[in-house]
Write a protein that binds this ligand. Structure first.
Ligand SMILES: [Zn+2]
Length: 133
């Protein structure tokens, strides 16, 4: 097995607990009609048809290699951003489930914006969306 393949396998294994959490969250959604597709090494779950958007606190959310989004159009539009979060899970593994909310809490305690200023979101906007803050 080549080194690149081993690194890829290690990244999947390192993020696997988070991906499993995403799959557990997605399973009842899939049973209720959500659609799944594989995109760029991740499993994308679209909750509703493309013409439907609901009032949720998120348009898409990533757990390891599982991305749950409101519909396929939104998932396609947010793909680059969510793929940055996938790579963050590949680097941080299960620690991201602690580091992300800890960073948000720290920012909130310091009077900053817990989502917008979160360094994981800043990185996702910079690399995925091409935005500068
Ligand atoms: Zn994000």
């Amino acid at each position: 097995m080549r080194t690149r393949s081993l690194c890829r396998l290690a990244a999947y294994l390192w993020a696997a607990p988070c991906s499993l959490l995403g799959l557990l969250l997605a399973l009842p959604l899939l049973l209720c009609g959500a659609r799944a597709s594989r995109q760029h090494g991740a499993l994308e779950i679209a909750l509703w048809p493309d013409d439907q958007v609901r009032r949720l606190p998120f348009a898409a959310i990533t757990f390891g290699h599982v991305i749950i989004g409101q519909n396929r159009q939104l998932l396609a539009r947010l793909r680059a951003h969510e793929q940055v979060h996938v790579r963050q899970y590949q680097r941080w593994g299960v620690l991201l489930l602690l580091a992300y909310p800890a960073a948000s809490l720290w920012l909130w305690l310091r009077g900053k914006r817990p989502y917008r200023d979160n360094p994981f979101e800043v990185e996702a906007r910079r690399l995925g969306d091409g935005q500068r803050d």
